[in-house]
Design a protein around this ligand. Structure first.
Ligand SMILES: C[S@@+](CC[C@H](N)C(=O)[O-])C[C@H]1O[C@@H](n2cnc3c(N)ncnc32)[C@H](O)[C@@H]1O
Ligand code: SF4
Length: 368
């Protein structure tokens, strides 16, 4: 049986490139999307023929996959038809100004069943500062439209944007909850030190206070705070992302996409769409670099990903994978975290409290 039940496919094109964004992107205007879709469809076909997987999730991320030409996008997805489990999650990332009724219907017909919409903020002044090309009201209208066809819809928010108030995040979240959205992601704005807004970023304390209030509010509304940046109503957790946080294997398609074999091998596809298409056409490998993780790197990754989740770190699995008991080796540190209410131990799992999750970097350093 194939090792891969999860696939991430990267669609790099965006109508406007946002100044804060660090993902591999390219301008739609300068792109040959038809040639790109043909290439990624071919890469997918090779993977599916070789691996014959049964997928739990197919994630179309970007960039902005929602700007893809509909016919070619349908052809890409139809290749997966016999390789998706009956309850597989098929997510498409979308930008508010790419939502039209005909596109929504076509996406639904081609088998997409989850939309992740980049809202970022519902405050027009913040959207302007982020260089977004939609208003808060337009984003709300989009969510209403999407939700009619896709009950499984998620919205991304970015918080700790310079110039925002302590209430901004929770006010945005309240509007999204009122719309009945079942899943929300809230990302702390990260900028390179040379970015023009870097010196104006609010303090970490400001950001942590916002997350604590958001978490309390959303939990009271019936959402699980199941990962540091993610909140979902029961049954609406992202399957794709949950596999990633569990440290499970996933396959990568498209330029700049990362893959992981679930053990120690990571790889990254070439981050240049023209080079990517050329390689596919010449039947060359799309992989740009591979990395074999040392035991220590794997342990650090396992700590970083699992300690961000509500389930925390599975101590039995750790012992099986790394050959020693973390609980025995780090008993003093772990006892101290529990005493300080930064963590709990339950059912063989070491779980950080929200306060602990906000200090996860420091905690991981003390466990290695
Ligand atoms: C790869 S983007 C794709 C979403 C879509 N293109 C959009 O912008 O609406 C996924 C999400 O990453 C988040 N993101 C992008 N740049 C970020 C940054 N510098 N800091 C924090 N979150 C960021 C945004 O919330 C965005 O919706
Ligand atoms: S539209 Fe999304 S992916 Fe594209 S640059 Fe903006 S944040 Fe990044």
């Amino acid at each position: 049986m194939s090792n891969y039940a999860y696939v991430y496919a990267h669609f790099p094109f965006c109508d406007v490139i946002c100044h804060y964004c660090d993902f591999y992107t390219a301008r739609t205007k300068e792109a040959d999307q038809v040639a790109f879709l043909a290439a990624i469809t071919k890469e997918a076909r090779t993977f599916l023929n070789q691996e014959k997987p049964k997928l739990q999730a197919l994630y179309l991320g970007g960039g902005t996959p929602s700007v893809s030409p509909v016919k070619e996008l349908g052809q890409f997805i139809s290749g997966f038809q016999n390789h998706l489990a009956s309850d597989a999650e098929v997510t498409l990332e979308a930008n508010p100004n790419t939502i039209e009724d005909e596109r929504l219907t076509a996406w639904k017909e081609m088998g997409i069943n989850r939309i992740s919409l980049g809202v970022q903020s519902l405050e027009d002044s913040t959207l302007k500062r982020l260089g977004r090309t939609h208003s808060g009201a337009e984003a709300i209208e989009c969510i209403k439209k999407i939700s009619r066809l896709f009950p499984n819809t998620s919205a991304d928010l970015i918080y700790a944007v310079p110039g925002t108030s302590q209430d901004s995040l929770i006010e945005d979240a309240k509007k999204l909850v009122d719309l009945g959205i079942p899943h929300l992601s809230a990302y702390h704005l990260t900028l390179e030190p040379k970015h023009f807004l870097f010196s104006q970023l609010p303090t970490d304390e400001f950001a942590s206070d916002q997350v604590e209030r958001l978490s309390e509010y959303l939990q009271a509304q019936g959402y699980e705070h199941y990962e540091m940046s993610n909140f979902g109503k029961p049954g609406f957790r992202s399957k794709n992302n949950s596999n990633y946080w569990r440290g499970g294997p996933y396959f990568a398609l498209g330029p700049s996409a990362h893959g992981f074999d679930g053990a120690s091998e990571r790889w990254k596809n070439v981050a240049d769409w023209k080079a990517y298409i050329n390689r596919i056409n010449l039947e060359q490998s799309t992989v740009d670099s591979r990395e074999s993780l040392s035991a220590e790197q794997r342990q650090i990754e396992r700590l970083f990903t699992s300690l961000r989740t509500l389930e925390g770190l599975d101590l039995t699995r750790w012992e099986g994978d790394f050959g020693y008991s973390l609980l025995d080796r780090q008993s003093q540190a772990i006892e101290r975290f529990v005493k300080d209410r930064l963590a709990t131990l339950s059912n063989g799992h070491f779980v950080l409290t929200l306060k602990g999750r906000l200090l996860a970097d420091e905690i991981v350093k003390k466990l290695i």
